[in-house]
Every structure is written in C-alpha cells, then in structure tokens.
Design a protein around this ligand. Sequence first.
Ligand code: ACO
Length: 439
Amino acid sequence: MSSTAKGSAKATVTVTLDGSNRSTTLPLVSGTIGPDVVDIRKLYGDLGVFTFDPGYGATASCESRITYIDGDAGVLLYRGYPIEQLAEQSDFLEVAYLLLEGDLPTPAQFDTFSRGVTRHTMVHEQIRRFYDGFRRDAHPMAILCGVVGALSAFYHDSIDINDPKQREIAAFRLIAKVPTIAAWAYKYSIGQPFMYPRNDLGFAENFLYMLNAVPAEPWQNNPILSRAMDRILVLHADHEQNASTSTVRLAGSTGANPFACIAAGIAALWGPAHGGANEAVLKMLAEIGKPENIPAFIREVKDKQSHTKLMGFGHRVYKNFDPRAKIMKETCHEVLAELGIKDEPLLDMAMEMERIALEDDYFVSRKLYPNVDFYSGIILKAMGIPTSMFTVLFAVARTVGWVSQWKEMVEDPSQRIGRPRQLYTGATERDYRPISDRG
Ligand code: ACO
C-alpha cells in the first residue's frame, strides 16, 4: 500500500498466469472491519494484465474512514456509530459534523459548526435570476443540478481546493445553500414567491419553512414533521462509495472545484436505479392503483421480457435488509398517525407488496428486500412534499456525504486522478479508406 494507507498488509496473494512461468505476489490488506482487499496496483506492471469488474461489484475504489456497510448483516455505521442510534438520538447537523470531521462534536465545536453552516444559507441575489431562465415545468433536479454547478461562478473565494480554509467554507456553503436552492426550485415550479432562509430555525425546520411557507401568512412548524424530515436527512446523509459518491470522487480527482463535483453527484443521483427510486416508487404504486392489481404487477416484474422492476426493492450491497428501510417504515407509521391519516391506500399497498414479495421465491432467492426508498416516498407524500421533490430532498441530505467524501479524498496525499482501464473488444487496427471507395 501507499505510505499513507491506514490498512495493514497481513498476507499475500500469489497470481500465476496459466501456461507461463510468470507470477506475482500481491499484498492482502485489512481494514478495521469488512472484507480484506487484494492490492492489485502492481499487477499490470508485473504481469501485463488488468482486472475486469464492470459495475465495480468486487472493487474497493478507495480507502475511506467515513461510512461502513455490512450488506449481509444489515449494518450501517457513520464514523463507527450505528445508524439506528444516530436516527434516534442525534440530528442532521450533528451528523453532518460527524461525517465531515470524524467525531461527534463537543458543545463548543457544535456551536461553531452550526453557526458556520447557518451563516451561509442565503445565496447570492443574482442567483434568483437563474430561475427565470428555466421553464416552469422543469424538473427540480434539473434546476438543482444547474444552479449548484453555477455556484462556482459566484463563490470564487472557495474554489481553491488546496487551501484548507477555502475547502471548509465550500463545505459550509454547499450544506447550507443546497436546501435554499432546492426549495426555490419547488417554489418556482408552483409560481409562489421564494422564501428566504430563516437562521433562527433548525436545519430541517428551515427547509420545511422554505418549501411550505408563504409571505402572506404566518407559518407554524409541526415538530413531529420537522423531526421526521430531520430523520430522513440523517438516513440519507452518506452511503460509502455508491454511484453518486463515486461520481463526486471521480470528478474531484481531476482537481475540479467542489461546486462542480457536487453538481456531478446530483446528476448521478437523479437516475431511477439510484436516488430517483423514491419518486419511481410512488409512480409505480399509483400505476398499480389498487391491491387487487398487485399479483398481476408482481407477475410482470418476474417476467424478464417486461423489464419492469419492483422499485424500492433490491440493493447492490444489502442482501438481507436495509437498516434504513426499517427506520423509515417506523417513521412512516409515526407520521401518518401524527397527521391523523388512518387509511393511506398507498401505505396499505406498499405493505401488501412487501408481504407478497418477501414470500415469493423470485425475490427471496435473489435477496431482494425493501430499500430506503420504499417507504420514504409515502412519508414525504403525507407531509405534502410533491413527488418531483423526493430525489431533490435526497440530494439535500447526501450533499453532506458527498462533501465529506470529497474532502477526505482531496486531503489524501496519495490521491491520483481516477482513470479506469478497459477490456477492448472493438476493431483491431485498420486503414482508412476514402468514402468513394466504400460502396
Ligand atoms: N425488481 C425485480 N427484479 C430485480 C430488482 C427489482 N427491484 N432488483 C434486482 N432484480 C433482479 C435482477 O433482474 C437480477 O435478476 P437475474 O439474476 O435473474 O438477472 C437480480 O435481481 C440481481 O440484480 P442486479 O440487477 O444484478 O442487482 P444490482 O446490484 O446490479 O442492482 C439495484 C441493484 C440497481 C438497486 C436494483 O436492485 C434495482 O434496480 N432496484 C430498483 C431501483 C431501486 O429501488 N433503487 C434504489 C437503490 S437504493 C438507493 O439508491 C438509495
């Protein structure tokens, strides 16, 4: 490993090329928990071969100390702390500090940090004008992606990635401004005035305020709802090297500024196989319409020709249960009870689908279980958040994880540009022929 690697080499793996007398010995490296990794960096130099792992199912792309997942045991730890404890006892801003700084803050550290974030909630006034350039029916993820990418055009004093102070300010700015930009994307789509952030409110409370308040009326916070929102943010804050985080790291490895990197992460999150799934779950439930239609839908999902997926089910890493989904399901019941919603047909349908799917051999044999997105959409809908904002909300939460992972990467002295290789299966070298000769 490189001189900065924290993992320890405890054994070796010998790779021999069949039919030749060439072999090499590679270090087997242990982290603090989780599977060991084979350090293959000298494989190409020694044997002239690459490894092949499309989808990166067997590849550790970096060394990280932020988040740990055990997909078989259903464990998720942020800096060593179980997600269940953080969701129950902490709050989003404290979790943000934990992810960024590596440990829970003292009261004085938390005070400084929360002031640092809170003082950056406003955006440059000229950014308002960006919104007029978008169609009213633009998807808020499109607006979020564009406006966050444009932040680097406004905050020139925090784009030098080699200056630790600038990195800190960029982190504050992103965590604080993404909720404002997100809420304004929604306000723009419904033609209501933008609400400026209120720094006297908590992080989740302020976000709900910017989404739901109007200047014409006083706004009343519902603590149960702001607590539920805070919990959703905590559950989505980080998830190690998923597609959007890896995108942020890859963009960041080139030396791109943090605002550009987070915009890249937002773009990757948007896809229905990733953060777009919470929106897709509600669309799916609405299309199914009523419980009687569930068996036919499940049949369609199992028919490989249909290409229909049970949205909110399955996960690349969790093959037993998603611990976030468990908490989300409980929160869903709490929120519906608080709102006095006794019969929510979507929840009834979701529970019925979960029941059927968990008994069906197709899902059992493939280890497909509800993921975090299966229930989050139902909570958000009950809270009055429009479907198109679900993935945006995920982005608001994940910004903290992206920034933490980006910062960890930039601060790693062994960091190099990310540059995977390939197994080339195209044409071998051939000569160009003029078009007149190609009849
Ligand atoms: N519905 C039906 N079948 C599924 C589903 C699903 N949701 N997910 C996986 N499968 C099937 C696959 O078709 C495959 O079947 P096969 O072995 O017969 O070919 C098998 O289960 C293995 O699935 P893979 O696609 O190899 O799993 P992968 O790890 O690549 O994908 C993913 C994981 C993208 C999450 C997938 O399960 C999926 O698309 N789920 C629905 C979308 C979703 O909910 N995404 C949110 C993920 S969580 C998050 O981002 C917060």
